[in-house]
Design a protein around this ligand. Structure first.
Ligand SMILES: Cc1cc2nc3c(=O)[nH]c(=O)nc-3n(C[C@H](O)[C@H](O)[C@H](O)COP(=O)(O)OP(=O)(O)OC[C@H]3O[C@@H](n4cnc5c(N)ncnc54)[C@H](O)[C@@H]3O)c2cc1C
Length: 452
């Protein structure tokens, strides 16, 4: 097989890069290569949430662009991607949130004054509660709710101790699977090909020659250009060309279950408990956990950012809970190293913000789904998009916990690099060039990474 561009990895990042090569630059002689089915690895595990809330303006601009592009696809496809927008609600029991406000100011940059709205009365005329999920009519900007009556009325399931809620309005969820399928159909119609097989080696002369192990034997793909979009295995693809990418993987888990008792309001936005906590174990269980060296940490101080949201629309019943507390890098594996303690731990942790979840303590429904995948990330939690080393080799990887929401802008940016087109303002910062900017790297290492 010969082609203009071979894309290694058909998760959302590889598919999106190919889609924008086809749609924006008319490059249709492409071969998409994956060891398995498209969208079946990390991209199948995504919580499918999106937001434009980040500690740094570059990430705000990047995700804002991605949301613009997702909205364009939602519009063109009759909302096949099920785009919803009730925002992200960040709750804290702290009365003083100056540090959080400062971070919001930094992220929003000059637009802060237009986008931040403070509400410290019970009936503010300018606050619109998240009753409707329609992305086309949802407000923009950020509402900060500081009045207890307003918080209780808007978020009746929350812990009554919550004193501040930061409601990010440009956020919600989509169907990442439908987004990938929509893009794949466009690529196929334009003449793009797919090859199922594992890339085992890459050599580089006038062309790239990829040895691909397929069910029918080894196939050689010759490509003028290649894109490394291999998700958790991107470091291995880079190593085939002698490139060492600054990547590591951490395993993160979620559960989804049917809220048969209806304890969470269906119009609750994606809700994050910002506060640290000790999980609400029974005394006996806590004692046992403290005696077990491998599990002791579950009975100690836990980080914030546990999250919960209704899944499946207003008439659905399912909930998704997640807590990306694992910070230990590990070698990525194909089978997920699920931790049996996770479902009860995340349930009890989430019950701190939504105490009605206690109804499920020790009795999660039998059809509860426990799943997980790899966050592939750089130390500063920015993606890697652009030239990868040898001329003609590109990458679109390190999407951590934001690959679904950033795929469109990441794909557009990667395609622009390949086509030699003009890059957006954030473009070079997401390439390997940022490691030459010591001042930027110092800032990034000293700031919140926006990891959820
Ligand atoms: C639990 C969890 C929750 C998440 N929640 C969210 C969320 O709410 N919102 C959000 O935006 N993001 C979320 N993410 C992140 C998002 O899912 C990922 O960033 C994104 O799916 C990464 O896509 P990818 O295409 O880079 O990788 P993948 O989907 O892993 O695709 C890589 C592909 O490369 C293929 N491959 C690898 N090596 C080879 C080889 N040698 N030969 C051939 N093929 C190869 C693999 O088979 C795979 O299909 C979450 C992630 C996890 C794990």
């Amino acid at each position: 097989m010969t082609c203009s561009a071979a894309i290694i990895g058909n998760g959302i990042s590889g598919i999106a890069a190919t889609y924008y090569l086809v749609v924006n630059h008319g490059v249709t002689d492409v071969v998409l290569i994956d060891a398995g089915q498209p969208m079946a690895f990390t991209s199948a595990q995504s919580g499918e949430n999106y937001r434009n809330w980040w500690p740094r303006p570059e990430m705000v601009a990047f995700t804002d662009r991605s949301i613009d592009l997702m909205q364009a696809i939602a519009r063109d496809s009759g909302n096949r991607i099920n785009m919803n927008r009730r925002g992200y609600a960040l709750a804290t029991r702290r009365g003083n949130i100056d540090d959080l406000l400062q971070e919001l100011h930094t992220g929003l940059g000059q637009s802060t004054q237009y986008l931040l709205r403070l509400h410290d009365t019970a009936w503010p005329a300018s606050y619109r509660p998240p009753i409707n999920a329609d992305w086309q009519t949802a407000p923009a900007g950020i509402d900060i709710l500081q009045d207890q009556t307003l918080i209780r009325r808007t978020f009746p399931s929350y812990d009554p101790e919550v004193q501040n809620v930061v409601h990010i309005r440009r956020g919600g969820d989509i169907s990442g699977q439908q987004l990938g399928m929509y893009m794949l159909e466009t690529i196929r119609q334009a003449g793009g090909r797919r090859l199922t097989g594992t890339v085992q080696s890459i050599t580089h002369g006038n062309w790239f020659a990829l040895e691909v192990a397929t069910p029918g034997g080894t196939v050689t793909v010759r490509a003028e250009k290649i894109v490394n979009a291999a998700g958790p295995f991107a470091d291995r693809i880079a190593a085939m060309l002698g490139v060492d990418l600054p990547l590591h993987n951490t395993f993160q888990q979620k559960i989804a279950f049917e809220d048969k008792a209806g304890v969470i309001p269906r119009c609750m936005p994606f809700s994050i408990d910002l506060d640290r906590q000790q999980i609400d174990w029974q005394d006996e269980d806590r004692k046992l956990l403290l005696q077990e060296p491998g599990l002791r940490w579950l009975a100690e101080d836990m980080p914030g950012a546990i999250h919960c949201r209704p899944d499946g629309g207003d008439r659905g019943k399912w909930l998704k809970l997640g807590w990306a507390y694992n910070r230990t890098p590990a070698t990525a594996t194909l089978s997920p190293p699920l931790d049996d303690a996770f479902p009860e731990a995340v349930l009890r942790g989430a019950a701190r913000l939504n105490p009605s979840l206690k109804a499920y303590y020790g009795r999660l429904p039998r059809n509860t789904r426990h799943y997980g995948g790899w966050y592939t990330m750089t130390p500063e939690n920015w993606p890697l998009i652009g030239e990868m080393g040898p001329e003609g080799a590109y990458m679109s990887c390190a999407y951590s916990g934001f690959g679904t929401m950033a795929a469109c802008a990441g794909g557009e940016l990667c395609a622009a690099w390949i086509a030699g087109a003009e890059l957006p303002g954030y473009g070079r910062g997401f390439s390997l060039q940022r490691y030459r900017d010591t001042a930027l790297m110092q800032q990034l290492h000293g700031s919140n990474r926006g990891l959820l």
